[in-house]
Ligand binder design. Structure first.
Ligand code: ZN
Ligand code: ZN
Length: 551
Protein backbone atom coordinates (compact mmCIF):
# COMPACT_ATOMS: atom_id res chain seq x y z
CA UNK A 1 0.00 0.00 0.00
CA UNK A 2 1.74 3.16 -1.21
CA UNK A 3 1.84 6.47 0.62
CA UNK A 4 0.05 8.09 -2.32
CA UNK A 5 -2.81 5.62 -2.04
CA UNK A 6 -3.12 6.10 1.72
CA UNK A 7 -3.13 9.88 1.26
CA UNK A 8 -5.88 9.55 -1.34
CA UNK A 9 -8.02 7.54 1.03
CA UNK A 10 -7.64 10.17 3.76
CA UNK A 11 -8.56 12.87 1.30
CA UNK A 12 -11.61 10.95 0.20
CA UNK A 13 -12.55 10.66 3.85
CA UNK A 14 -12.04 14.40 4.35
CA UNK A 15 -14.25 15.19 1.36
CA UNK A 16 -17.00 12.96 2.65
CA UNK A 17 -16.72 14.55 6.08
CA UNK A 18 -17.19 17.93 4.40
CA UNK A 19 -20.25 16.68 2.57
CA UNK A 20 -21.75 15.25 5.71
CA UNK A 21 -21.20 18.52 7.60
CA UNK A 22 -18.93 16.84 10.12
CA UNK A 23 -17.17 20.11 10.80
CA UNK A 24 -14.41 21.98 9.09
CA UNK A 25 -11.70 21.15 11.62
CA UNK A 26 -12.13 17.40 11.38
CA UNK A 27 -11.86 17.31 7.61
CA UNK A 28 -8.96 19.78 7.64
CA UNK A 29 -7.07 17.51 10.00
CA UNK A 30 -7.44 14.63 7.54
CA UNK A 31 -6.30 16.81 4.63
CA UNK A 32 -3.22 17.90 6.54
CA UNK A 33 -2.43 14.32 7.47
CA UNK A 34 -2.77 13.35 3.81
CA UNK A 35 -0.31 16.09 2.89
CA UNK A 36 2.18 14.90 5.49
CA UNK A 37 1.89 11.33 4.27
CA UNK A 38 2.53 12.37 0.67
CA UNK A 39 5.70 14.18 1.72
CA UNK A 40 6.98 11.39 3.94
CA UNK A 41 9.75 9.32 2.37
CA UNK A 42 9.37 6.30 4.67
CA UNK A 43 6.61 3.78 3.82
CA UNK A 44 3.63 4.73 5.99
CA UNK A 45 2.33 1.15 6.10
CA UNK A 46 5.51 0.11 7.88
CA UNK A 47 5.33 3.00 10.34
CA UNK A 48 1.74 2.01 11.09
CA UNK A 49 2.76 -1.59 11.63
CA UNK A 50 5.58 -0.49 13.93
CA UNK A 51 3.17 1.72 15.90
CA UNK A 52 5.24 4.81 15.07
CA UNK A 53 2.93 6.72 12.77
CA UNK A 54 1.89 9.18 15.46
CA UNK A 55 5.40 10.54 15.46
CA UNK A 56 4.55 12.28 12.20
CA UNK A 57 3.34 15.87 12.27
CA UNK A 58 -0.43 16.21 12.37
CA UNK A 59 -1.26 12.55 13.01
CA UNK A 60 -3.11 12.14 16.30
CA UNK A 61 -4.63 9.01 17.81
CA UNK A 62 -7.90 9.28 15.81
CA UNK A 63 -6.19 9.42 12.45
CA UNK A 64 -3.66 6.80 13.54
CA UNK A 65 -6.50 4.40 14.34
CA UNK A 66 -8.02 4.90 10.88
CA UNK A 67 -4.61 4.37 9.29
CA UNK A 68 -4.21 1.12 11.19
CA UNK A 69 -7.65 0.01 9.98
CA UNK A 70 -6.76 0.92 6.41
CA UNK A 71 -3.43 -0.86 6.46
CA UNK A 72 -4.77 -3.96 8.20
CA UNK A 73 -8.08 -4.38 6.37
CA UNK A 74 -7.67 -2.40 3.17
CA UNK A 75 -10.72 -0.30 4.13
CA UNK A 76 -11.85 2.46 6.42
CA UNK A 77 -15.28 1.23 7.44
CA UNK A 78 -16.55 4.69 8.29
CA UNK A 79 -15.51 5.94 4.88
CA UNK A 80 -17.57 3.19 3.28
CA UNK A 81 -20.46 4.18 5.46
CA UNK A 82 -20.17 7.89 4.72
CA UNK A 83 -20.12 7.14 1.04
CA UNK A 84 -23.44 5.46 1.44
CA UNK A 85 -24.89 8.43 3.23
CA UNK A 86 -23.59 11.08 0.91
CA UNK A 87 -24.90 10.58 -2.62
CA UNK A 88 -23.60 7.06 -2.64
CA UNK A 89 -24.32 6.38 -6.30
CA UNK A 90 -22.58 9.45 -7.58
CA UNK A 91 -19.65 8.97 -5.23
CA UNK A 92 -19.39 5.32 -6.29
CA UNK A 93 -19.46 6.19 -9.97
CA UNK A 94 -16.95 8.97 -9.27
CA UNK A 95 -14.60 6.47 -7.71
CA UNK A 96 -14.82 4.35 -10.86
CA UNK A 97 -14.23 7.42 -13.02
CA UNK A 98 -11.31 8.59 -10.93
CA UNK A 99 -13.16 11.66 -9.65
CA UNK A 100 -13.00 12.44 -5.93
CA UNK A 101 -16.24 12.39 -3.91
CA UNK A 102 -16.50 16.11 -3.33
CA UNK A 103 -15.77 17.02 -6.93
CA UNK A 104 -18.23 14.38 -8.12
CA UNK A 105 -21.00 15.83 -5.99
CA UNK A 106 -20.08 19.33 -7.26
CA UNK A 107 -20.32 18.10 -10.85
CA UNK A 108 -23.62 16.43 -10.03
CA UNK A 109 -24.96 19.69 -8.65
CA UNK A 110 -23.79 21.65 -11.68
CA UNK A 111 -25.50 19.16 -13.99
CA UNK A 112 -28.59 18.97 -11.82
CA UNK A 113 -28.23 15.18 -11.44
CA UNK A 114 -28.14 13.05 -8.30
CA UNK A 115 -28.03 9.45 -9.52
CA UNK A 116 -25.49 7.51 -11.55
CA UNK A 117 -27.99 6.97 -14.37
CA UNK A 118 -28.74 10.67 -14.63
CA UNK A 119 -25.03 11.34 -14.71
CA UNK A 120 -24.48 8.84 -17.53
CA UNK A 121 -27.30 10.40 -19.49
CA UNK A 122 -25.95 13.94 -19.03
CA UNK A 123 -22.53 12.68 -20.18
CA UNK A 124 -24.00 11.00 -23.27
CA UNK A 125 -25.84 14.20 -24.10
CA UNK A 126 -22.50 16.04 -24.17
CA UNK A 127 -23.31 18.20 -21.17
CA UNK A 128 -20.14 17.53 -19.17
CA UNK A 129 -18.24 20.47 -20.67
CA UNK A 130 -20.94 22.80 -19.37
CA UNK A 131 -19.45 22.23 -15.90
CA UNK A 132 -16.74 24.69 -15.03
CA UNK A 133 -13.36 22.97 -14.87
CA UNK A 134 -14.26 20.21 -17.36
CA UNK A 135 -12.65 20.79 -20.75
CA UNK A 136 -12.85 18.60 -23.86
CA UNK A 137 -9.91 16.50 -22.72
CA UNK A 138 -11.41 15.65 -19.33
CA UNK A 139 -14.73 15.02 -21.02
CA UNK A 140 -13.11 12.53 -23.40
CA UNK A 141 -11.41 10.74 -20.52
CA UNK A 142 -14.67 10.50 -18.53
CA UNK A 143 -16.63 9.27 -21.55
CA UNK A 144 -14.03 6.60 -22.26
CA UNK A 145 -14.26 5.34 -18.69
CA UNK A 146 -18.05 5.36 -18.80
CA UNK A 147 -17.84 3.19 -21.92
CA UNK A 148 -15.78 0.62 -20.09
CA UNK A 149 -18.26 0.50 -17.24
CA UNK A 150 -19.99 -2.83 -16.99
CA UNK A 151 -23.59 -2.68 -18.01
CA UNK A 152 -25.70 -2.91 -14.87
CA UNK A 153 -27.42 -6.24 -14.37
CA UNK A 154 -31.05 -6.51 -15.35
CA UNK A 155 -33.10 -5.98 -12.22
CA UNK A 156 -35.97 -8.30 -11.41
CA UNK A 157 -39.25 -7.28 -9.84
CA UNK A 158 -39.22 -7.66 -6.04
CA UNK A 159 -41.41 -10.40 -4.62
CA UNK A 160 -44.02 -8.17 -3.00
CA UNK A 161 -44.58 -6.19 -6.19
CA UNK A 162 -44.55 -9.27 -8.39
CA UNK A 163 -47.09 -11.06 -6.19
CA UNK A 164 -49.34 -7.99 -5.90
CA UNK A 165 -49.29 -7.42 -9.65
CA UNK A 166 -50.06 -11.02 -10.61
CA UNK A 167 -52.58 -11.67 -7.83
CA UNK A 168 -54.61 -8.70 -8.97
CA UNK A 169 -54.39 -9.76 -12.59
CA UNK A 170 -55.24 -13.38 -11.82
CA UNK A 171 -58.21 -12.15 -9.84
CA UNK A 172 -59.52 -10.02 -12.66
CA UNK A 173 -59.04 -12.75 -15.27
CA UNK A 174 -60.17 -15.64 -13.07
CA UNK A 175 -56.79 -17.36 -13.47
CA UNK A 176 -53.84 -18.52 -11.38
CA UNK A 177 -50.55 -16.81 -10.60
CA UNK A 178 -47.65 -18.55 -12.39
CA UNK A 179 -44.06 -17.83 -13.40
CA UNK A 180 -41.34 -16.88 -10.91
CA UNK A 181 -43.76 -15.29 -8.39
CA UNK A 182 -45.59 -18.60 -7.95
CA UNK A 183 -42.31 -20.08 -6.76
CA UNK A 184 -41.92 -16.99 -4.52
CA UNK A 185 -38.60 -16.11 -6.14
CA UNK A 186 -36.76 -13.18 -4.48
CA UNK A 187 -36.97 -11.30 -7.77
CA UNK A 188 -39.10 -12.13 -10.79
CA UNK A 189 -38.23 -12.02 -14.46
CA UNK A 190 -40.89 -14.37 -15.84
CA UNK A 191 -44.40 -13.31 -14.86
CA UNK A 192 -47.41 -15.29 -16.03
CA UNK A 193 -51.07 -15.87 -15.35
CA UNK A 194 -52.71 -19.11 -16.49
CA UNK A 195 -56.44 -19.17 -17.15
CA UNK A 196 -58.78 -22.01 -17.95
CA UNK A 197 -61.31 -21.50 -20.77
CA UNK A 198 -62.62 -23.33 -23.84
CA UNK A 199 -62.59 -20.10 -25.79
CA UNK A 200 -59.39 -18.10 -25.34
CA UNK A 201 -60.40 -14.95 -27.24
CA UNK A 202 -62.52 -13.24 -24.56
CA UNK A 203 -59.85 -13.85 -21.90
CA UNK A 204 -57.13 -12.41 -24.12
CA UNK A 205 -59.40 -9.42 -24.82
CA UNK A 206 -59.94 -8.91 -21.11
CA UNK A 207 -56.17 -9.11 -20.55
CA UNK A 208 -55.51 -6.45 -23.20
CA UNK A 209 -58.16 -4.28 -21.56
CA UNK A 210 -56.69 -4.39 -18.03
CA UNK A 211 -55.84 -0.90 -16.78
CA UNK A 212 -52.30 -2.02 -15.84
CA UNK A 213 -51.53 -3.32 -19.36
CA UNK A 214 -50.38 -0.54 -21.65
CA UNK A 215 -49.57 -2.55 -24.73
CA UNK A 216 -49.64 -6.07 -26.16
CA UNK A 217 -46.25 -7.13 -27.54
CA UNK A 218 -47.19 -10.54 -28.93
CA UNK A 219 -50.46 -12.34 -29.42
CA UNK A 220 -51.19 -15.96 -30.37
CA UNK A 221 -54.38 -18.04 -30.31
CA UNK A 222 -53.89 -19.14 -26.68
CA UNK A 223 -51.45 -16.64 -25.22
CA UNK A 224 -50.45 -12.99 -25.20
CA UNK A 225 -47.51 -11.03 -23.89
CA UNK A 226 -48.35 -7.60 -22.53
CA UNK A 227 -46.33 -4.92 -20.86
CA UNK A 228 -47.44 -3.09 -17.70
CA UNK A 229 -47.35 0.61 -16.92
CA UNK A 230 -44.08 -0.08 -15.10
CA UNK A 231 -42.61 -1.70 -18.21
CA UNK A 232 -42.82 -5.25 -16.84
CA UNK A 233 -43.67 -7.98 -19.37
CA UNK A 234 -46.47 -10.36 -18.29
CA UNK A 235 -47.67 -13.41 -20.20
CA UNK A 236 -51.19 -14.72 -20.06
CA UNK A 237 -51.80 -18.32 -21.09
CA UNK A 238 -55.32 -19.59 -21.75
CA UNK A 239 -55.53 -23.37 -21.40
CA UNK A 240 -58.41 -25.62 -22.36
CA UNK A 241 -59.81 -26.91 -19.04
CA UNK A 242 -58.68 -30.46 -19.83
CA UNK A 243 -55.03 -29.37 -19.86
CA UNK A 244 -55.03 -26.49 -17.36
CA UNK A 245 -52.81 -28.38 -14.90
CA UNK A 246 -50.23 -29.06 -17.57
CA UNK A 247 -50.04 -25.42 -18.67
CA UNK A 248 -49.94 -24.18 -15.07
CA UNK A 249 -47.04 -26.49 -14.24
CA UNK A 250 -45.17 -25.46 -17.36
CA UNK A 251 -45.72 -21.73 -16.80
CA UNK A 252 -44.64 -22.01 -13.16
CA UNK A 253 -41.15 -23.34 -13.99
CA UNK A 254 -38.35 -23.25 -13.19
CA UNK A 255 -37.59 -24.38 -16.75
CA UNK A 256 -35.01 -27.00 -15.90
CA UNK A 257 -37.19 -28.45 -13.15
CA UNK A 258 -40.01 -28.83 -15.70
CA UNK A 259 -37.68 -30.23 -18.37
CA UNK A 260 -36.42 -32.88 -15.98
CA UNK A 261 -39.98 -34.16 -15.48
CA UNK A 262 -39.96 -35.30 -19.13
CA UNK A 263 -43.01 -35.21 -21.35
CA UNK A 264 -46.04 -33.83 -19.47
CA UNK A 265 -49.43 -35.53 -19.84
CA UNK A 266 -52.49 -33.34 -20.53
CA UNK A 267 -54.40 -33.07 -17.25
CA UNK A 268 -56.92 -30.64 -15.76
CA UNK A 269 -54.97 -30.09 -12.51
CA UNK A 270 -51.36 -30.13 -11.41
CA UNK A 271 -52.18 -32.88 -8.92
CA UNK A 272 -53.37 -35.02 -11.82
CA UNK A 273 -50.22 -34.30 -13.83
CA UNK A 274 -48.04 -35.41 -10.93
CA UNK A 275 -50.20 -38.49 -10.35
CA UNK A 276 -49.90 -39.46 -14.03
CA UNK A 277 -46.14 -38.99 -13.84
CA UNK A 278 -45.94 -41.10 -10.67
CA UNK A 279 -44.14 -38.25 -8.92
CA UNK A 280 -45.31 -36.86 -5.53
CA UNK A 281 -46.80 -33.35 -5.75
CA UNK A 282 -44.06 -30.76 -5.40
CA UNK A 283 -44.83 -27.37 -3.81
CA UNK A 284 -43.93 -24.57 -6.27
CA UNK A 285 -41.27 -23.20 -3.87
CA UNK A 286 -39.23 -26.38 -4.31
CA UNK A 287 -39.34 -26.40 -8.09
CA UNK A 288 -35.92 -24.83 -8.59
CA UNK A 289 -33.85 -27.96 -9.12
CA UNK A 290 -34.88 -31.27 -10.68
CA UNK A 291 -36.62 -33.29 -7.93
CA UNK A 292 -38.91 -36.34 -8.07
CA UNK A 293 -38.88 -37.34 -4.40
CA UNK A 294 -41.32 -36.94 -1.52
CA UNK A 295 -41.09 -33.34 -0.29
CA UNK A 296 -41.23 -32.61 3.46
CA UNK A 297 -44.33 -31.04 4.98
CA UNK A 298 -43.34 -27.39 4.60
CA UNK A 299 -43.94 -24.57 7.07
CA UNK A 300 -47.22 -22.68 6.61
CA UNK A 301 -48.34 -19.25 7.75
CA UNK A 302 -50.74 -20.93 10.18
CA UNK A 303 -47.82 -22.56 11.98
CA UNK A 304 -46.47 -19.13 12.98
CA UNK A 305 -47.41 -18.18 16.55
CA UNK A 306 -45.73 -14.81 16.75
CA UNK A 307 -43.54 -12.23 15.07
CA UNK A 308 -40.19 -11.77 16.77
CA UNK A 309 -38.88 -8.69 14.95
CA UNK A 310 -40.91 -5.50 14.72
CA UNK A 311 -40.25 -1.79 15.26
CA UNK A 312 -42.38 0.93 16.83
CA UNK A 313 -42.44 4.72 17.03
CA UNK A 314 -39.77 4.37 19.74
CA UNK A 315 -37.30 4.01 16.88
CA UNK A 316 -38.20 4.22 13.19
CA UNK A 317 -41.56 2.45 13.17
CA UNK A 318 -44.85 4.16 12.29
CA UNK A 319 -47.09 2.53 14.91
CA UNK A 320 -47.12 2.42 18.72
CA UNK A 321 -46.53 -0.67 20.84
CA UNK A 322 -50.29 -0.96 21.40
CA UNK A 323 -51.15 -0.60 17.70
CA UNK A 324 -48.61 -3.24 16.73
CA UNK A 325 -49.83 -5.56 19.49
CA UNK A 326 -53.48 -5.27 18.49
CA UNK A 327 -52.66 -5.85 14.83
CA UNK A 328 -50.54 -8.90 15.68
CA UNK A 329 -53.31 -10.28 17.86
CA UNK A 330 -55.76 -9.80 14.97
CA UNK A 331 -53.47 -11.90 12.82
CA UNK A 332 -53.98 -14.74 15.25
CA UNK A 333 -50.57 -14.56 16.93
CA UNK A 334 -49.86 -15.33 20.59
CA UNK A 335 -46.88 -13.02 20.97
CA UNK A 336 -44.92 -10.18 19.42
CA UNK A 337 -41.36 -9.05 20.18
CA UNK A 338 -40.66 -5.32 20.03
CA UNK A 339 -37.12 -5.03 18.69
CA UNK A 340 -36.33 -1.39 18.20
CA UNK A 341 -32.89 -0.18 17.18
CA UNK A 342 -30.01 0.81 19.46
CA UNK A 343 -28.08 4.13 19.27
CA UNK A 344 -25.24 2.88 17.06
CA UNK A 345 -27.60 2.80 14.03
CA UNK A 346 -27.48 6.62 14.01
CA UNK A 347 -29.54 7.18 10.85
CA UNK A 348 -32.70 6.49 12.87
CA UNK A 349 -33.47 6.91 16.58
CA UNK A 350 -31.97 4.16 18.73
CA UNK A 351 -32.86 3.13 22.28
CA UNK A 352 -30.31 2.98 25.07
CA UNK A 353 -30.76 1.15 28.37
CA UNK A 354 -32.80 3.97 29.94
CA UNK A 355 -35.09 4.16 26.92
CA UNK A 356 -35.61 0.41 27.04
CA UNK A 357 -36.59 0.60 30.71
CA UNK A 358 -39.09 3.34 29.95
CA UNK A 359 -40.37 1.29 27.03
CA UNK A 360 -40.78 -1.61 29.46
CA UNK A 361 -43.37 0.40 31.38
CA UNK A 362 -45.35 0.99 28.21
CA UNK A 363 -45.09 -2.66 27.25
CA UNK A 364 -46.30 -3.73 30.70
CA UNK A 365 -49.34 -1.45 30.38
CA UNK A 366 -50.10 -2.79 26.89
CA UNK A 367 -49.78 -6.36 28.15
CA UNK A 368 -52.49 -5.71 30.73
CA UNK A 369 -54.74 -4.59 27.91
CA UNK A 370 -54.05 -7.38 25.42
CA UNK A 371 -53.58 -10.42 27.72
CA UNK A 372 -53.34 -13.34 27.24
CA UNK A 373 -51.60 -12.07 24.11
CA UNK A 374 -48.06 -11.16 25.11
CA UNK A 375 -45.77 -8.36 23.99
CA UNK A 376 -42.14 -9.29 24.56
CA UNK A 377 -39.42 -6.84 25.48
CA UNK A 378 -36.81 -7.16 22.78
CA UNK A 379 -34.10 -5.30 20.96
CA UNK A 380 -32.36 -5.32 17.62
CA UNK A 381 -28.97 -4.64 19.13
CA UNK A 382 -26.25 -3.42 16.83
CA UNK A 383 -22.88 -5.07 16.62
CA UNK A 384 -20.63 -2.05 16.94
CA UNK A 385 -17.57 -1.41 14.86
CA UNK A 386 -15.37 -2.70 17.68
CA UNK A 387 -17.39 -5.92 17.82
CA UNK A 388 -19.10 -5.10 21.13
CA UNK A 389 -22.86 -5.14 21.52
CA UNK A 390 -24.45 -1.71 21.61
CA UNK A 391 -26.17 -2.23 25.01
CA UNK A 392 -24.76 -3.04 28.45
CA UNK A 393 -25.06 -6.60 29.75
CA UNK A 394 -27.50 -5.81 32.57
CA UNK A 395 -30.20 -4.54 30.21
CA UNK A 396 -29.59 -7.34 27.72
CA UNK A 397 -30.17 -9.84 30.53
CA UNK A 398 -33.51 -8.17 31.38
CA UNK A 399 -34.94 -8.55 27.91
CA UNK A 400 -37.12 -11.41 26.66
CA UNK A 401 -35.74 -11.51 23.13
CA UNK A 402 -32.39 -10.15 21.97
CA UNK A 403 -31.48 -10.17 18.37
CA UNK A 404 -28.29 -9.11 16.83
CA UNK A 405 -27.77 -7.02 13.72
CA UNK A 406 -24.97 -5.57 11.72
CA UNK A 407 -26.01 -2.31 10.05
CA UNK A 408 -22.62 -0.82 9.14
CA UNK A 409 -19.42 -2.29 7.84
CA UNK A 410 -21.12 -4.67 5.40
CA UNK A 411 -18.13 -4.45 3.10
CA UNK A 412 -15.61 -5.72 5.63
CA UNK A 413 -13.47 -8.63 4.48
CA UNK A 414 -14.75 -12.14 5.13
CA UNK A 415 -12.46 -13.14 8.00
CA UNK A 416 -12.92 -9.96 9.94
CA UNK A 417 -16.68 -9.76 9.44
CA UNK A 418 -17.21 -13.41 10.33
CA UNK A 419 -15.07 -13.10 13.44
CA UNK A 420 -16.97 -10.03 14.60
CA UNK A 421 -20.42 -11.53 14.04
CA UNK A 422 -19.68 -14.95 15.51
CA UNK A 423 -18.02 -13.46 18.59
CA UNK A 424 -21.08 -11.26 19.12
CA UNK A 425 -23.30 -14.36 18.84
CA UNK A 426 -21.48 -15.83 21.82
CA UNK A 427 -23.01 -13.25 24.15
CA UNK A 428 -25.32 -15.33 26.33
CA UNK A 429 -28.30 -12.98 26.01
CA UNK A 430 -28.43 -13.22 22.21
CA UNK A 431 -31.21 -15.34 20.75
CA UNK A 432 -31.12 -14.62 17.01
CA UNK A 433 -29.04 -13.10 14.25
CA UNK A 434 -31.02 -10.79 11.96
CA UNK A 435 -30.61 -10.31 8.20
CA UNK A 436 -27.19 -11.99 8.31
CA UNK A 437 -26.11 -11.29 4.72
CA UNK A 438 -27.11 -7.62 4.78
CA UNK A 439 -28.15 -7.55 1.14
CA UNK A 440 -30.61 -5.00 -0.21
CA UNK A 441 -32.15 -6.64 -3.26
CA UNK A 442 -31.30 -4.75 -6.47
CA UNK A 443 -29.15 -2.29 -4.49
CA UNK A 444 -26.55 -3.91 -2.29
CA UNK A 445 -24.92 -7.30 -2.74
CA UNK A 446 -24.70 -9.74 0.16
CA UNK A 447 -21.81 -9.22 2.58
CA UNK A 448 -18.91 -11.67 2.84
CA UNK A 449 -20.10 -13.39 6.05
CA UNK A 450 -18.98 -17.03 6.10
CA UNK A 451 -22.26 -18.87 6.65
CA UNK A 452 -20.69 -22.24 7.34
CA UNK A 453 -18.72 -20.78 10.24
CA UNK A 454 -21.76 -18.78 11.39
CA UNK A 455 -23.90 -21.94 11.46
CA UNK A 456 -21.26 -23.75 13.51
CA UNK A 457 -21.36 -21.02 16.12
CA UNK A 458 -25.16 -20.93 15.96
CA UNK A 459 -25.20 -24.63 16.81
CA UNK A 460 -22.74 -24.13 19.64
CA UNK A 461 -24.63 -21.20 21.17
CA UNK A 462 -28.26 -21.98 20.27
CA UNK A 463 -28.60 -18.68 18.45
CA UNK A 464 -31.27 -18.83 15.73
CA UNK A 465 -30.80 -17.41 12.24
CA UNK A 466 -33.43 -15.11 10.76
CA UNK A 467 -35.10 -15.02 7.42
CA UNK A 468 -36.25 -11.43 7.22
CA UNK A 469 -39.55 -10.66 5.50
CA UNK A 470 -38.76 -7.14 4.30
CA UNK A 471 -39.33 -7.44 0.54
CA UNK A 472 -35.94 -5.99 -0.35
CA UNK A 473 -34.09 -8.14 2.18
CA UNK A 474 -35.49 -11.73 2.27
CA UNK A 475 -32.32 -12.49 4.19
CA UNK A 476 -31.35 -15.31 4.58
CA UNK A 477 -32.55 -16.38 1.16
CA UNK A 478 -34.16 -19.74 0.44
CA UNK A 479 -30.98 -21.57 -0.58
CA UNK A 480 -29.13 -20.18 2.46
CA UNK A 481 -31.96 -21.26 4.76
CA UNK A 482 -31.63 -24.73 3.29
CA UNK A 483 -27.95 -24.82 4.29
CA UNK A 484 -28.82 -23.63 7.81
CA UNK A 485 -31.46 -26.32 8.19
CA UNK A 486 -29.14 -29.00 6.87
CA UNK A 487 -26.63 -27.85 9.50
CA UNK A 488 -29.35 -28.23 12.17
CA UNK A 489 -29.61 -24.51 12.95
CA UNK A 490 -32.99 -23.15 14.15
CA UNK A 491 -34.63 -20.47 11.99
CA UNK A 492 -36.66 -17.39 12.97
CA UNK A 493 -39.20 -16.24 10.42
CA UNK A 494 -39.86 -12.53 11.02
CA UNK A 495 -41.17 -9.44 9.26
CA UNK A 496 -38.91 -6.65 10.59
CA UNK A 497 -42.06 -4.61 10.10
CA UNK A 498 -42.06 -0.89 10.72
CA UNK A 499 -45.84 -0.53 10.47
CA UNK A 500 -49.09 -2.41 11.02
CA UNK A 501 -49.29 -3.27 7.31
CA UNK A 502 -45.71 -4.52 7.42
CA UNK A 503 -46.83 -7.40 9.64
CA UNK A 504 -48.44 -8.88 6.54
CA UNK A 505 -45.02 -9.48 5.03
CA UNK A 506 -44.94 -12.61 7.17
CA UNK A 507 -46.05 -14.50 4.09
CA UNK A 508 -42.91 -13.37 2.25
CA UNK A 509 -40.75 -14.68 5.10
CA UNK A 510 -42.72 -17.93 5.34
CA UNK A 511 -42.48 -18.65 1.61
CA UNK A 512 -38.78 -17.76 1.59
CA UNK A 513 -38.30 -20.28 4.40
CA UNK A 514 -40.30 -22.81 2.37
CA UNK A 515 -37.87 -22.23 -0.50
CA UNK A 516 -35.27 -23.35 2.05
CA UNK A 517 -37.26 -26.56 2.70
CA UNK A 518 -38.23 -25.38 6.20
CA UNK A 519 -40.77 -27.33 8.21
CA UNK A 520 -42.58 -26.01 11.30
CA UNK A 521 -40.13 -27.95 13.47
CA UNK A 522 -37.19 -25.94 12.09
CA UNK A 523 -38.73 -22.60 13.07
CA UNK A 524 -38.48 -21.05 16.54
CA UNK A 525 -41.58 -18.89 16.28
CA UNK A 526 -43.87 -21.85 15.64
CA UNK A 527 -43.31 -22.69 19.31
CA UNK A 528 -45.59 -21.64 22.17
CA UNK A 529 -44.84 -18.55 24.23
CA UNK A 530 -43.55 -20.53 27.22
CA UNK A 531 -40.82 -22.05 25.09
CA UNK A 532 -39.80 -18.68 23.69
CA UNK A 533 -39.58 -17.26 27.21
CA UNK A 534 -37.69 -20.18 28.69
CA UNK A 535 -34.98 -19.34 26.25
CA UNK A 536 -34.16 -22.48 24.37
CA UNK A 537 -30.63 -21.55 25.35
CA UNK A 538 -28.86 -23.00 28.34
CA UNK A 539 -30.94 -23.00 31.54
CA UNK A 540 -27.90 -22.03 33.61
CA UNK A 541 -27.93 -18.69 31.89
CA UNK A 542 -26.41 -16.76 34.79
CA UNK A 543 -23.37 -18.94 35.23
CA UNK A 544 -22.84 -19.46 31.54
CA UNK A 545 -23.14 -15.70 31.15
CA UNK A 546 -20.11 -15.21 33.29
CA UNK A 547 -17.99 -17.94 31.78
CA UNK A 548 -18.76 -17.10 28.19
CA UNK A 549 -18.57 -13.35 28.42
CA UNK A 550 -15.62 -11.93 26.64
CA UNK A 551 -13.07 -9.79 28.50
ZN1 ZN B 1 -32.01 -4.29 10.88
ZN1 ZN C 1 -35.22 -4.35 12.24
Amino acid sequence: MTNAYIAEQLEAFASLLDLSDAGYYTSRAYRRAAETIRETKAPIAELVAAGRVQELRGIGPGIAARLRELVETGHIAELDELEREVQPELVGLGRFLGVGPKRMVEIGRALGVSTADEFRQAAREGRLTSVSGIGPQTERRLLERLDRELRPERKGLTLNRARALLEEMADELGGEVAGDPRRWADTSFELAVVCSAEDAAPVLEAFAGLPTIVSILERGPHRALGVTVEGVPVEVVVAEPARFGTELLRATGAPHYVDALGELPDEPSEAAVYAQLGVPFCPPELREQPFRGEPPELLTRDDIRGDLHVHTTWSDGKASVLEMALAARDLGYEYLAICDHTPNVRVVPGLDADDLRRQAEEIAAVNEEVAPFRVLRGTEVDIRRDGELDLPDDILDELDWVQLSLHAGQREPREQLTHKVTEAMRHPAVRALSHPKGRIINHRPPNALDLERTFEVALETGVAIETNGLPDRLDLSGPEIKLAIEAGVPIVVSTDSHSVQGLRNMRLAVHTARRGWATAANVVNTRPLAEILSGGRTPGRESSARSRRRG
